[in-house]
Design a binder for this molecule. Structure first.
Ligand SMILES: [Mg+2]
Length: 235
């Protein structure tokens, strides 16, 4: 019996990675005078990985990493007006309207009638809160957890805080690394719903022998049938 169904947000409930990829394309064009797009892509990824420990996830961090990459790639020749263009790219991302994935607008309200729902997302607090508000879904979730990262320790304390045993916890998300494997390791349940693109940082090889410990669904529209009868009738 499942006590709580928890959802990842980015690329599980609403589109996110497409926004980053689109901005990255424009960033590559902005630096086209200095180097090829693929090199810029690699340089930006390396800067992001270096900065992750200091900045965490989210658009503001991404913006700072773009600026740093531009300075590095141009060997300090990037003009102030081009730095402004990069800042504007990040601001535009922050103001982009939330676009739900297919089926989400039906699935979440319908599941909320029979299950306790939780949102577990990592990233910038203000940005994630704004997206949740913009999604129109906020009131369907009994609990919202915006965490700096999603690993075994974070899930362990999150479950303890909410008084849920791992065996009664089901996590649904697009990232094996963040949404599935740490939950399975704790003894919880997970459903993997792949998004059509994955950020390189989230890409993992599934450890051999782990394949059977979680379910994989093609899209979130299949989730209600999958959890049918699993929820504790708490509502
Ligand atoms: Mg995600």
């Amino acid at each position: 019996v499942i006590d709580i169904i928890a959802f990842d947000a980015d690329d599980t409930l609403w589109h996110n990675e497409t926004l980053y990829r689109g901005t990255e394309k424009r960033f590559q064009q902005l630096l086209a005078a200095y180097q090829a797009a693929e090199e810029t892509e690699q340089a930006l990824f390396q800067t992001e990985m270096r900065n992750l420990r200091l900045y965490g996830y989210g658009i503001k961090s991404f913006g700072l990493s773009m600026i740093e990459t531009a300075i590095q790639v141009s060997k300090g020749r990037i003009a102030a007006y081009q730095i402004q263009e990069i800042i504007d790219l990040a601001k535009e991302m922050l103001e982009t309207r939330v676009e739900l994935l297919d089926h989400v607008a039906d699935v979440i309200p319908s599941l909320a009638q029979r299950c306790r729902l939780m949102l577990v997302t990592k990233g910038d607090l203000r940005d994630q809160e704004a997206k949740l508000a913009g999604s129109g879904l906020a009131h369907y979730f009994d609990h919202v957890e915006i965490v700096p990262d999603k690993n075994v320790e974070v899930y362990r304390s999150l479950l303890a805080r909410n008084n849920v045993a791992p065996q009664q916890f089901l996590m649904v998300g697009n990232s094996l690394r963040s949404d599935v494997l740490p939950v399975v390791e704790l003894g919880g349940h997970a459903v993997h719903i792949p998004y059509h693109i994955t950020w390189a940082h989230e890409a993992v090889q599934v450890p051999h022998g782990n394949q059977g410990d979680y379910a994989e669904l093609a899209h979130i529209g299949l989730l209600p049938a999958y959890v049918e009868g699993l929820c504790r009738p708490s509502k």
